[in-house]
Design a protein. Sequence first.
Length: 317
Amino acid sequence: MHYRVLGRTGIRVSEIGLGAWVIGTDMYGAHDRERDIALIRTALDLGINTFDTADMYGEGLSEKILGEALRGYDVNVFTKVGYEVGKVVDGHHVQNFSINYIVHAVRESYNRLSRRITLLQLHNPPINVIMDRELHRALLKLVEEGYVEHIGVALGPETNILNEGLAAIDEGYEAIMFVFNILEQEPGRTLIRRGLENSVGLITRVPHASNVLTERQEVNFGPSDHRNLRSRDWVMKALEFTNTRIRPMAKSLGMDLETLAIKYVLSYPVGTVMVTATSPEELTKYANAADGNYLSNDTVKTLENLYEEFTKFINND
């Protein structure tokens, strides 16, 4: 495993991080506690030292399982707050970014994880929350009190990401998390440029575009699967474009789609890629792609041009 520094936080992060939205939840298939533990142990064996969870994953169960499995290990545990644990209306968790609730939520996460939170992130906050100076001060107080080491913003859903990301950078948050992959390069590339200018830690997620950039391309998900949030039209067009334009390129480079997807993201100066792995075998494959040998400038430029082509294709231009 190779490691990078996460912006001005100074945190040493593994290039591959484990997205713990698969731990303690049914967001990516049926929950299996034995599989959860096997994934965490595999991650540790592979040298992965960075784990990202949230209080609402499994209504706190993801944090609890991580806390127990990682006890005694010197690793980075990131978590997110902003959705009320256990409060679901019409099938959706309710957001609450009031200072009182956020302070309460952070303390609860701290207790479930049984450790100081390496990076606390606001979970999908709207831009007015990101620009709330009183909330920012409250988060900094939690740092002073020892609950948290660093604070950041996890951006989503995919509606106003560019403006929200730029606001997080301008407001002084230390890190941002955002979707970035071959098929979804913007606003990620813009956020990377602006983030670097301000020494902001850059955390990316969804490198495989919800399984489109994988060999098996399993895109028929169960009803509770988080990946069902994607437009079916986008998925079908993305599959067609991947198989006709991106898969041949991966083959010419002597690699499969999963490997190309990871190497593409790590060819940029990001800190870590949070992967969605549902088995130890998947996680091992993704970790092996992070071997320090990334794509040439010409190959990256070709993929950037293909993204422009894909954008026109998806919009029927």
